[in-house]
Design a protein around this ligand. Structure first.
Ligand SMILES: [Zn+2]
Length: 395
């Protein structure tokens, strides 16, 4: 009898301890809006209801503040960790026609290295704009992400136009993958957003970069990073999310919807409203006819434009829609982005314009993976570097 009694008491305590943990994780789970979280019809209805809730600019600003806080709370970044010294490392500058490329790493947290490629103008400029170039889930480390031809071409072109451009690896992609970092990790969203904030710190720290002319652009998961950073960081002056902002699709990866940034016990939002937090800062939505951005001209863009109109700045948001195209940031889409960024970042468009009115990407050297990585046998990863997601200490 005594043993049974003890067992019951023990179970009572264990259940008492476990239950709150379980209900916390169930709560968190129930707040996640993942992938195709709702149908296109439901999404339209939701936007209609959202719109009714902010008939005035003040009402939108109230909602905007709640959404911004919801992202920070959901990503567990409502209190920022201490910003450690970036301790940047630069290797091997290559000088090409109108731009140069260097391999770069910096620390976003002590021992957490963010790796990337830095493109600088070699033209005659007195100061530079700064552009962050996050990438999406193009998975082959040898050809995807910042190593892809598309990313190298756009970064080199922006540099020719007068911008310092930083293209950086997503968590667990690119070269840090070789050191045990993985992408599909429960709190990747948190680290990836923090890395973007620190990437902006890094860009701002570079000589000649004008803090009033900072922008971010990426495609797919790179666009998710772009609009999340724009939503929470006022230093971004111009945002160009490519093929991602959707009312019904919330992003299917842990880095996009794996933490509860869209919903809490007291609010609900979607990526259209999150992207609209850019307002009234200039934003170009690039969309296409074959993915979840197919409705953009009639749905997402119109909703966001109404918000810009409340600010008296409808001209600051544009949509370039490619109805016959699919998911990507290819040449045709870059043709829309170059003039938009030139207009709003005061870049030199003439330097890439040809006699037919198109923008040249001639003589851009596509470098191989081996040339773009920073850590190799001559420049080994520092001994104290963290080599796994588990090792992170958030202070
Ligand atoms: Zn991801």
């Amino acid at each position: 009898m005594k043993a049974i009694h003890l067992f019951s008491v023990l179970m009572f305590f264990i259940t008492g301890i476990i239950s709150p943990l379980r209900s916390y994780s169930q709560d968190t789970e129930s707040m996640l809006c993942v992938g195709n979280y709702q149908t296109e019809k439901q999404a339209k209805k939701q936007l209609k209801e959202f719109k009714k809730s902010y008939p005035t600019l003040d009402k939108w600003k109230e909602k905007a503040a709640i959404i911004r806080q919801g992202i920070l709370d959901g990503a567990e970044l409502s209190a920022f960790p201490e910003k450690c010294p970036l301790n940047p490392i630069f290797t091997g500058q290559r000088v090409y026609d109108g731009y140069s490329v260097e391999n770069v790493a910096f620390e976003s947290l002590p021992g957490v290295f963010v790796t990337g490629s830095l493109y600088r103008p070699t033209g005659d400029y007195t100061s530079f704009a700064g552009i962050l170039s996050p990438h999406g889930h193009w998975s082959d480390p040898k050809t995807g992400g910042r190593f892809s031809e598309d990313v190298q071409k756009r970064c080199a072109s922006f540099a020719r136009m007068g911008a310092v451009v930083f293209a950086y690896d997503m968590v667990g992609y690119g070269e840090m993958k070789d050191y045990g970092w993985i992408h599909k990790y429960p709190k990747t969203l948190k680290l990836q957003l923090w890395n973007s904030i620190r990437a902006l710190d890094f860009l701002e720290s570079l000589e000649g970069v004008d803090s009033d002319r900072l922008a971010v652009t990426g495609a797919s998961g790179g666009a998710t990073q772009a609009f999340l950073l724009t939503a929470i960081d006022d230093r971004i002056a111009v945002s160009v999310p490519v093929v991602q902002v959707s009312a019904h699709f919330f992003g299917g990866c842990v880095c996009e919807s794996g933490m509860p940034i869209h919903k809490s016990n007291h609010h609900e939002t979607n990526n259209v409203e999150i992207a609209a937090l850019a307002a009234p800062r200039p934003m170009l939505l690039v969309s296409d006819g074959k993915d979840w951005t197919k409705n953009t001209p009639d749905v997402e863009y119109l909703h966001i434009k109404d918000i810009y109109t409340m600010f008296g700045k409808p001209e600051n948001v544009e949509n370039a829609h490619f109805i016959a195209e699919g998911h990507g940031y290819e040449y045709s889409k870059r043709q829309a982005v170059y003039p938009f960024l030139a207009k709003h970042l005061n870049l030199n468009l003439q330097v890439i314009k040809n006699e037919n009115g198109y923008f040249n990407e001639d003589n851009i050297v596509i470098e191989p993976y081996e040339q773009l990585i920073i850590f190799d046998k001559d420049h080994p990863l520092p001994e104290y570097a963290l080599k796994m997601n588990d090792d992170i200490v958030w202070k």
